[in-house]
Ligand binder design. Structure first.
Ligand SMILES: Cc1cc2nc3c(=O)[nH]c(=O)nc-3n(C[C@H](O)[C@H](O)[C@H](O)COP(=O)(O)O)c2cc1C
Length: 320
């Protein structure tokens, strides 16, 4: 089989495709990542995993690093504010042979960022440089960073941060084009992605507010970024990775995709947890159907696989 030219390189790993499912804690597990990969996401990021929990051998944290061979290239993402903890955790998880290890520099939650982890790291670009330097020197796999554009509007230090990553051996930067203080509100400032792309030579992945195939093309052409990362726009909408500008797949196909997603959630997480975790996806899958709350409730509270499957199938009759 001959492969076409890669869209970009992650060190010496050719990346086929320029769309990437964003790391999303609580969403981007094995079933959702493999589904998105099937539709065209070109690699898999795990959600962020607490470096201390990994060092302490926390089983759930280690389970968050599960992946299937067909997901490669796979990037493990970790977070902490301590250089030593990040290094220690990275050395340990490297044994699972990920294709790269990413340091989260974008989490805006108070719990994480106020202790200096996640987006809290953006307040100290020298420390970012040291972290990337130490990890790159010690690891056999590429080290990448996912950043925001600054702590707040008065400290937009994304160029300094991008240089700190690149100059210290970082292999790729993903940029969520908002500040820490914005959280998820206000528009993402795509111009900053274009500035970073012009300033560094390593691949730059643009991220923030991509909801449609048209947004994908706009982000690419307006910034020149190497890849486009899609988060919330992929939930309940994994076919966005097909970048088909026409409408979503017909209802029969969508139900089939939902059924497949549900089946994989159950086989991976077990029936009870699988169904519970599927609910937030289901809610998003069903949004375009404008189902009344009263009709949604039985599906969102159902605890039985067969019953839920039947309820989904019945939608074909109503909306088909
Ligand atoms: C529920 C949720 C969980 C997230 N978890 C992570 C995470 O674990 N690591 C990370 O780097 N970003 C995380 N993010 C941020 C996304 O990766 C992405 O940067 C952000 O949602 C903006 O992209 P979007 O507009 O396409 O959603 C999360 C976002 C959401 C909505």
């Amino acid at each position: 089989m001959s492969l076409s030219a890669p869209d970009f390189m992650l060190c010496d790993i050719p990346i086929q495709g320029d769309l990437i499912l964003a790391p999303m804690d609580g969403y981007s597990d094995v079933p959702f990542r493999t589904l998105c990969r099937r539709f065209g996401s070109s690699m898999s990021y795990t959600g962020f995993v607490n470096a201390i929990a990994l060092i302490q051998g926390d089983e759930l944290a280690w389970r968050d690093l599960d992946f299937l061979p067909e997901e490669r290239p796979v990037i493990f993402q970790i977070f902490d504010q301590s250089e030593e903890n990040l290094l220690e955790a990275a050395l340990r998880i490297q044994k699972l042979q990920p294709d790269a290890i990413d340091v989260n520099m974008g989490c805006s939650s108070r719990r994480v960022s106020s202790r200096g982890a996640g987006a809290g790291l953006l307040r100290d670009p020298d420390k970012i440089g040291r972290i990337i330097h130490r990890l790159t020197a010690a690891l056999d796999v590429p080290v990448t960073a996912k950043i925001r554009i600054g702590w707040d509007q008065t400290s937009l230090n994304y160029l300094e941060v991008a240089h700190a990553v690149e100059d210290n051996g970082g292999a790729l930067i993903a940029v969520h084009a908002r500040t820490r203080n914005q959280g998820y509100l206000g528009g993402a400032d795509w111009d900053t992605i274009a500035e970073i792309k012009s300033a560094v030579t390593i691949p730059v992945i643009g991220n923030g507010d991509v909801q449609t195939p048209q947004d994908i093309e706009r982000l690419k052409t307006s910034t020149g970024c190497d890849g486009v990362m899609i988060g919330r726009g992929a939930i309940g909408n994994p076919w966005i990775f097909q970048r088909d500008p026409s409408e979503a797949p017909p209802i029969e196909d969508r139900i089939q995709i939902m059924q497949g997603h549900l089946d994989h959630m159950i086989s991976y997480h077990g029936e009870e947890l699988g169904i519970i975790r599927f609910r937030k996806h289901l809610k998003r899958y069903l949004e375009p159907l404008s189902i009344t709350k009263a009709n949604l409730r039985p599906m969102l509270t159902c605890v039985d696989k067969q019953q839920l499957s039947g309820q989904l199938d019945a939608l074909k009759q109503i909306y088909g």
